[in-house]
Design a protein around this ligand. Structure first.
Ligand code: HEM
Length: 137
């Protein structure tokens, strides 16, 4: 059996670090901070780590605890515009940078990053501030 990316980067602890480094910054972030549940940082951090680990071939903890990911639907309650998506990626990029290259070799980092960029773009559900409304016919 070929090794999963999950195993290649050190399994659960690595995904836990990714989520922890991200959430550490989210708490005080002017755009993202107010969107997240202030009374459940630990839960939110776990959900993100479970999802990423599962996506890359780790245990199915996310599905067991939360059901099918359906991320677009789950993000509908939040106003995800381009600025929020860019900020999400900025904070996560910084979190990834804190993990050394021996743990996440560049080829895997690239794959992880590519997936995050695609998901972030897919989650945009709100027009940017200042975008004119559609013309009524
Ligand atoms: C594009 C900008 C994004 C914004 C503004 C955003 C915002 C949020 C918020 C406010 C939550 C609720 C926190 C919670 O209670 O769990 C959440 C949950 C979550 N987000 Fe995002 N998110 C973004 C991008 C992403 C991306 C790129 C991923 C995956 C690569 C992701 C994966 C998740 C997951 C797995 C959950 C938990 C869902 C659940 O179990 O209910 N998010 N997000």
């Amino acid at each position: 059996m070929t090794q999963s990316l999950y195993d290649a980067v050190g399994g659960q602890p690595t995904f836990a670090r990714m989520a922890a480094g991200f959430y550490e910054q989210v708490r005080t972030d002017d755009i993202l901070g107010p969107m997240y549940p202030a009374n459940d940082w630990e839960g939110a951090e776990n959900r993100l780590a479970w999802f990423l680990a599962q996506y890359w071939g780790g245990p199915q903890t996310f599905n067991e605890q939360r059901g099918a990911p359906m991320l677009r639907r789950r993000h509908m309650p939040f106003p995800v515009d381009r600025a929020a998506a860019e900020r999400w990626l900025e904070l996560m990029g910084r979190s990834l940078d804190q993990i050394d290259e021996e743990t996440i070799p560049p080829v895997y980092r690239h794959a992880i990053w590519d997936h995050m960029q695609r998901v972030a773009a897919m989650l945009i559900n709100t027009a940017d501030e200042g975008t004119p409304p559609p013309i009524a016919h």
